[in-house]
Design a protein around this ligand. Structure first.
Ligand code: FUC
Length: 848
């Protein structure tokens, strides 16, 4: 059936082209139901905007800057005509039509005014923020090994001599004196760790003046490219900026659609006080420096390759005149080799990368970048429906979410999800540092919490989407960090606790500090247990035994620390951590619930690993004995899951941390099979209420997904976007902190697919893969391709009216799968490499 469609075009409002407010086009076939979803309120919004503009031009206020439009007589007439047209045609009819799909983009109608408006690009090692200025462009950049400090052992000399005393004070209930002794004798030396640093800025100054029209600044997630386009003096200019992983460089292409129009000067500077820039060739600037005496040296180089015109240097400036286009290649490196060795040569590192990349044609460099990036990004697609709000610039779109809620813009949720995947690919690639508190984007010499790796939630949250959202490789830097911590943490285990194995507390930095820092809340000895759960999960998702063999020594070492370091609680006889702290509330304590859950999960997975690798039988038996003596989850007098061994929880305490719920998510030990604990966990979750910091909103999403309440989870996502999101969609803790981006991405995936449990059927352990376990009402129809489940399954599925419509399960490992959705189930006995298709009732169609 062919139909004539009248399409509303919000872009045209922004671009002040009233004649293009509506577009007529014809389309064959019926509109897809998911494209209708969520549109209901928009007709009202847009037609009232039009009517309001016509009636009260002086007071028009809207996300689309109608004030300017309203002063234009033509607009007034058109607004009136549009409003009438809308009423006549019936707005439901008009807005029920599909809005044409646009590439996944964040876009803006003006340059970035400040750093947190700029758009991030990254190759996992170098990152940059692109401002998109017309006459003055700033590209601020980072390299992930530029930190203050130098190799250092943070352990406190003599700490071990005070451990027994601290423990005794805690068992005697003398919490305050225990805190005093701990503060004075047990914290790291020095008490704070080091900070991630900004590297430098490229500053481009363009000549010319006049009126700029058609301005657009965008981050194209499909190409991992920041793009700025505009018209000036009849010439269309375009600037493309990307960070290439294969070429280890940031690449900037400046072009114009008329020859000879690209002229600019280029400078490079740095907030590092001990640094200088010089021209080292007619086309190359070098920035060199040292962060502090004895600390890291660094260098970055930028080379300009012009097409036509001239490229010359003038002191510390490169001058490009009348070129057709120019390509800039930026490399950066430090003297960091590893956390114990600063002998790398940054100049050599830069030159190696620049020499290779700057001699290749731009198209080849771009093609290599796209192939590399898309090999990861294209694995997952998500469609939650699209409404006209998806056409707005993203700062205005976010404003609409604040004013009118998220329900009318399901595509923003999908964009946020894919942005999370984009950010992980951009900030965490094999060979680099893991994503830190700010990913790898930072322009401050004293960034919040030093932009380190905080291990009592934040760093791990960064990696929640890795396996589930089909970016397994991106977790590699985290695994390398764990290898390092097993070394430095081995020293801390020995020196501060007199234990074998390794320990890390609630923070680490480039120097792999593992001793407790800052204050007594830093005395939380279970960081290694949480980190090791990522090793085990990687194996569960991929079935990679070789990886497991590599991971086992780290898991074994982390377990050994607890075998040696747990102490018997004289009251209960259980084995507990002491001293410890339930992140970050209460005071110094022993055996908080989170520790017990983390240690149980660690020991269980180490026992399982020893079994899979057929090794360490007697050690595994010892771990089983230790496990049996760990405190079980305690249910308190209100029926709540207790945070501590003592029943002292305060009802409705909505602290940002959700530590005792670790075993619900990201752990998986709390299941409906144990109804008492399950209900207790649900009560505690209810007490905690809504989020506060960005990451605390984000953690609530998968937690509520796990208890099957998609609606509350969705509200947390809406809260995150309304209250804790910057115009460039970066998450806010208070200041910018990237964990919420990643946590929400993983949380959205948990709303659609969960695979954390197994069930026994006829003696066979089956992986339970649940589709749509907590679908929010706001996403009644949609589709997703490429989500991963444990035991090597990849799922592509569609849903309509809140129910599964079709699914294809691809099996990579040939394991059996108990597929479940909407009260139905099917057991698939799979073969590796085969795909299994089922309809919405989970009736198998054909295997392929
Ligand atoms: C933990 C959190 C804070 C912040 C910091 C980086 O200490 O409690 O909110 O996220 O890490």
């Amino acid at each position: 059936m062919a139909q004539v469609i009248l399409e509303f075009q919000p872009d045209a409002i922004v671009q002040k082209q009233p004649m293009a407010w509506f577009k007529l086009r014809t389309e064959r076939g019926r509109p897809r139901p998911q494209q209708r979803a969520g549109n209901r309120r928009l007709p009202a919004i847009y037609s009232s905007m039009a009517i309001w503009t016509w009636l009260r031009p002086g007071r028009a206020r809207s996300a689309c800057n109608l004030k300017t439009l309203a002063n234009n007589a033509m607009t007034k007439r058109l607004s009136w005509a549009s409003a009438l047209l809308l009423l006549m045609a019936g707005w439901q009819q008009i807005f029920a039509q599909a809005v044409p799909a646009k590439p996944l983009c964040l876009w803006y109608a003006q340059p970035a005014a400040k750093w947190t408006d700029a758009l991030p690009i990254g190759n996992g090692r170098m990152g940059a923020m692109v401002f998109g200025g017309v006459f003055d462009e700033r590209i601020q950049f980072n390299e992930d090994t530029l930190w203050t400090g130098f190799p250092h052992d943070y352990d406190r000399a003599g700490a071990h001599d005070h451990l027994a005393e601290i423990r005794q004070l805690l068992f005697d209930g003398k919490t305050k004196p225990a805190g005093e002794v701990t503060r004075n004798t047990f914290l790291s030396d020095p008490v704070r760790q080091k900070a991630y640093q900004p590297f430098g800025n490229l500053r481009l100054h363009f000549g010319g003046q006049g009126q700029v029209t058609d301005y657009r600044r965008e981050l194209d997630l499909d190409a991992a490219m920041a793009r700025t386009t505009f018209l000036l003096g009849g010439v269309r200019f375009e600037r493309d900026v990307f960070a290439s992983h294969p070429d280890q460089a940031v690449v900037i292409r400046i072009s114009a659609d008329h020859p000879g129009n690209v002229s600019f000067t280029l400078k490079m500077d740095s907030p590092q006080t001990n640094s200088q820039t010089s021209a080292i060739a007619p086309d190359t600037l070098a920035l060199t420096g040292q962060v502090e005496a004895g600390g890291l040296t660094f260098e970055s180089r930028v080379r300009v390759v012009g097409d036509g015109g001239s490229v010359t240097t003038n002191q510390n400036t490169i001058v490009v005149q009348n070129a057709n286009s120019a390509t800039l290649f930026l490399a950066a490196a430090t003297s960091f080799k590893n956390f114990q060795d600063l002998s790398a040569d940054p100049a050599k590192g830069c030159e190696r990368n620049l020499a290779a990349v700057s001699q290749r044609p731009f198209d080849a460099v771009l093609a290599a970048h796209l192939a590399d990036y898309r090999s990861l990004f294209h694995r997952v697609s998500l469609d939650l429906g699209r409404t006209p709000r998806a056409e707005l610039p993203d700062d205005q779109r976010l404003q609409s979410v604040k004013q009118d809620g998220l329900a009318g813009d399901p595509a923003l949720a999908a964009l946020y999800f894919q942005y999370g995947r984009y950010l992980l690919i951009s900030s965490s690639r094999p060979g680099g540092q893991p994503a830190n508190l700010q990913g790898l984007w930072n322009d401050e010499l004293n960034p919040p919490w030093e932009s380190k790796w905080t291990l009592n939630i934040n760093c791990e949250m960064n990696y929640w989407p890795a396996e589930l959202c089909n970016l397994s490789e991106c977790a590699q830097p985290l695994f390398d960090l764990i290898d390092d911590l097993a070394v430095s943490g081995g020293r801390t285990a020995r020196d501060q606790y007199g234990c074998r194995g390794w320990v890390v507390h609630h923070n680490t930095d480039l120097w792999r500090g593992t001793a407790p820092i800052n204050n007594i809340d830093g005395v939380w000895p279970t960081g290694a247990a949480w980190l090791c759960s990522h090793l085990w999960e990687h194996y569960l998702f991929t079935g990679d035994k070789q990886f497991l063999a590599r991971a086992y020594p780290d898991m074994k070492g982390a377990s050994l620390f607890f075998v040696d370091g747990l102490v018997k609680d004289p009251k209960t006889g259980w084995l507990v951590t002491s001293p410890s702290f339930s992140p970050e509330q209460g005071t110094l304590c022993y055996g908080p619930t989170m520790d017990n859950q983390l240690i149980r999960a660690l020991l269980d997975s180490t026992i399982a690993t020893a079994g899979i690798l057929e090794t360490d039988k007697s050690f595994a038996a010892e771990l089983t004995r230790t496990c049996d003596q760990l405190p079980p989850n305690q249910v308190g007098k209100f029926g709540q899951l207790q945070e501590w061994l003592d029943d002292v929880d305060v009802p409705n305490n909505n602290h940002r941390h959700l530590s005792p719920l670790w075993a619900l998510y990201p752990g998986s030990d709390i299941t409906p099979a144990n109804a008492k604990t399950w209900d207790a966990a649900k009560l505690l979750l209810k007490w905690r209420g809504g989020g506060s910091t960005g990451w605390s909103y984000a953690w609530r999403i998968p937690l509520w997904a796990r208890v099957g309440d998609g609606e509350y989870a969705w509200q947390q996502l809406a809260g995150l976007l309304q209250r804790r999101t910057l115009p460039n969609l970066f998450d806010l803790c208070g200041p910018f902190q990237i964990d919420g981006n990643f946590g929400a991405t993983a949380g959205m995936a948990e709303l659609l697919l969960q695979s954390q449990w197994t069930e026994k059927r006829d003696g066979q352990d089956l992986r339970v893969v649940r589709l749509l376990p907590a679908l929010p009402n706001e996403w009644p129809a949609g589709s997703v391709q490429g989500l991963c489940a444990r035991d090597g399954f990849v799922a592509d599925f569609t849903w309509e009216k809140g129910a599964l419509k079709h699914v294809v399960i691809r099996s990579q490992l040939g394991k059996p799968c108990l597929l479940r959705s909407g009260g139905r189930e099917i057991i698939l006995q799979t073969q590796p490499g085969k795909a299994y298709a089922c309809d919405g009732n989970l009736k198998e169609e054909t295997s392929r």
